[in-house]
Design a protein around this ligand. Structure first.
Ligand SMILES: Cc1cc2nc3c(=O)[nH]c(=O)nc-3n(C[C@H](O)[C@H](O)[C@H](O)COP(=O)(O)OP(=O)(O)OC[C@H]3O[C@@H](n4cnc5c(N)ncnc54)[C@H](O)[C@@H]3O)c2cc1C
Length: 365
């Protein structure tokens, strides 16, 4: 295959080629860490990394996105291919446009599906449009009560206390992915800020007409709102693997099965990291950073000829999932207690770990 039509070798340097599919937090950290050791190629449909946990604040404070949307070329001197991967076959990734990208080492970090624009500028514009939409609406409906929906409702309630905010969630509790007590505390906090919350209700946007302001829930409750935001969980982005030679490495939930070294099951030179892997832990950037560290160290070890027995093993640890409630409050699920208030906010809510993430990529504040 090497040298065939469409084949890409980024530099012809003779170094190993590490291809990273997916430019989220996992892919970006791995690509950044490997670039001094290998010719790195990142494949991502966006030209930029987006730090997902800053999105909700960016809708009411678009200046946050200036720091949390980072062009891949800002932290990576290797090649950026702006495309979706569509297949893996014979030591090459094939993009949706049919380009072949050969690898010596492959990392799959495609996390969750993403409908974001291709350029950073267009994404910034989207946040500005959301900001205007919120500013000029008297009433806002939020659909979904997991971290994104709760964080957005909180940002709007704190920044615009006079607006009518309604949140509809189809589960019996908010924040089921975080913890039962965290959900209860977030519910009380939102209600104390006059956010109206409906649980065990869903809304089918498909049946609505353009310009409709009356939304009907599954049990017939009518909610009038000038605009809405859908904050439903995004599916994993693994459907592209289903027809590839790695299809048997996906579990029933569409996650890539990995071994203790974070290598894809049965593979010697293919690793995976981030939300896409089948390690039973919360989907948290904290874990993603740990995956990235193990994967990049193991690839460096293999490049230096290390035996499999010398590769690092991923050790599962615990973290403290936190959901911001505006800038001054947050709810954190600890192992023995759930804490809501200023203290957890000092960790997450003020700068949303943007500085820390930029720092890990070698970027200034
Ligand atoms: C509202 C919210 C709040 C959160 N709060 C926190 C928090 O406080 N602390 C914390 O630690 N974590 C938090 N998280 C979780 C954290 O954001 C994720 O665990 C982390 O971002 C996952 O990173 P990833 O790189 O695995 O995947 P993603 O961020 O999903 O990135 C996947 C990348 O792959 C690309 N991609 C997808 N398909 C393809 C394809 N076919 N070809 C090429 N590229 C592809 C996408 O464009 C994207 O760039 C939060 C998440 C949300 C949504």
């Amino acid at each position: 295959m090497a040298g065939g039509a469409g084949w890409i070798h980024p530099y012809g340097s003779g170094r190993a080629v590490a291809v990273v599919v997916g430019g989220g937090v996992a892919g970006a950290l791995i690509a950044n860490s490997l670039q001094s050791y290998a010719d790195v190629v990142i494949i991502d449909p966006k030209e930029y990394l987006e730090i997902p946990w800053t999105n909700m604040r960016s809708k009411v404070e678009p200046s946050v996105a200036e720091k949390s949307l980072i062009n891949h070329s800002d932290y990576l001197s290797g090649q950026v291919i702006t495309a979706s991967a569509a297949d893996v076959s014979g030591e090459a990734v094939i993009t949706a446009e049919g380009r072949l990208v050969e690898y010596t080492y492959l990392v799959i970090a495609t996390g969750h599906t993403n409908q974001c624009p291709r350029t950073r500028r267009d994404r910034l514009e989207q946040f500005q449009e959301d900001d205007v939409k919120i500013k000029y609406s008297d009433s806002i409906l939020i659909i979904g009560g997991e971290p994104s929906g709760v964080e957005l409702a909180a940002e709007i309630a704190v920044n615009y206390p006079d607006k009518k905010v309604t949140l509809v969630h189809d589960r019996p509790r908010l924040l089921e992915s975080v913890g039962q007590k965290a959900g209860g505390k977030a519910l009380r906090w939102l209600r104390s800020k006059n956010v109206e919350v409906y649980l065990e209700q869903s809304i089918h946007l498909e049946s609505m007409l353009e310009g409709d302001r009356v939304y009907r829930t599954s049990s017939g409750i009518e909610i009038t709102a000038d605009c809405h935001f859908s904050c439903l969980d995004r599916p994993l982005s693994s459907s592209w693997i289903r027809n590839s030679e790695l299809k048997d490495c996906l579990d029933n939930d569409g996650r890539l099965m990995v071994d203790a070294n974070l290598r894809v099951k049965g593979q010697t030179n293919i690793f995976a990291a981030g939300d896409i892997i089948d390690i039973p832990e919360l989907e948290q950037g904290y874990f993603v950073q740990k995956h990235a560290m193990i994967v990049s160290k193991n690839i460096k070890l293999l490049m230096h000829g290390a035996k499999d027995s010398k590769l690092l093993k991923y050790k599962h640890s615990t973290t403290m999932p936190m959901v911001s409630l505006g800038k001054k409050d947050a709810v954190a699920q600890l192992s023995l207690a759930t804490v809501l208030g200023h203290l957890p906010a000092m960790w997450k809510s003020r700068d949303l770990f943007v500085h820390r993430t930029r720092n890990l990529l070698g970027l200034p504040r």
